[in-house]
Ligand binder design. Structure first.
Ligand code: BTN
Length: 243
């Protein structure tokens, strides 16, 4: 795999997206940096990590004709790939908090930011950004963050972790166009954080309610059984899990 290594950049996702506008990028190209000055997270959030202690990288994936209806398959595949690499690295308690936070027990170990490029009505490529907390031991003002090192006591070689994670993600991504969408979805549902457990959620209006995560719709929305036993679906902006 071709890897572009940078000392510092605003965001590896932004950089790779811009590069893809000018160049016909090879499938699987990776951009990695020691330091991001404007690391981006889900829903406009900021992604912070200490220079040289964790992994912040983006991968380019080209699709030949991926229908928009299967967009959620990319989310499923990337989360499953990161999870399987972490399992191989013997990190305990891994699950996926919908849509794509990678958890170790109750704490967040990695975040994923997927940005798709479209041509007519198909997805032509994706820029997949991954922030994985590897050797960091202190997270200021982030009580729900953890790292691989905090979990196991091991200091990891960042290049080795990058290889494991990027290879596992590319393997899972091959399934997205291979007609494996429903199997990908069911594999993803099996590793969902707090599935089938009563959890507290907050809706857009700020109202809290108890519900049980039952699964994911084909569009990638979360399916929650409310207290009155109705199954309701929510998009990312519509709901927050309080845990
Ligand atoms: C989230 O959990 O909110 C997603 C975080 C994604 C962070 C990664 S770090 C590498 C890539 N470049 C970015 O600007 N963001 C992603």
């Amino acid at each position: 795999m071709k890897i572009i290594k940078l000392n510092a950049i605003d965001s590896t996702n932004t950089y790779l997206k811009e590069l893809g506008k000018d160049l016909m990028l090879e499938d699987g190209v990776i951009v990695i940096t020691k330091k991001q000055t404007k690391g981006r997270g889900q829903m406009g959030a900021h992604w912070q990590s200490k220079s040289g202690e964790s992994l912040t990288f983006s991968m380019f994936k080209r699709f030949s004709s991926l229908p928009i209806e299967h967009q959620a398959g990319i989310t499923f595949a990337v989360a499953l790939g990161v999870k399987s690499a972490l399992k191989k690295l013997q990190i305990p308690g891994i699950s996926v908090k919908w849509p794509n936070d990678i958890m170790s027990y109750q704490k967040k170990l990695a975040g994923i930011l997927i940005e798709n490029q479209f041509k007519s009505n198909v997805i032509s490529s994706s820029v997949i950004g991954i922030g994985l907390n590897v050797n960091e031991t202190k997270f200021e003002n982030l009580p729900q963050a953890t790292s691989m090192r905090l979990n196991t006591g091991v200091v990891y070689n960042l290049d080795e972790v990058l290889t494991e994670v990027s290879e596992a993600v590319m393997i899972e991504l091959q399934r997205v166009e291979g007609g494996d969408f429903l199997k990908l979805k069911s594999d993803y549902e099996k590793v969902l954080f707090r599935k089938n457990k009563v959890s507290v959620f907050e809706n857009e209006a700020g109202q809290q309610f108890n519900g049980i995560i039952k699964g994911i719709s084909e569009e990638g929305f979360i399916l929650i059984e409310a207290e009155n036993e109705t199954l309701q679906q929510f998009r990312l902006k519509e709901i927050k899990m309080l845990f």
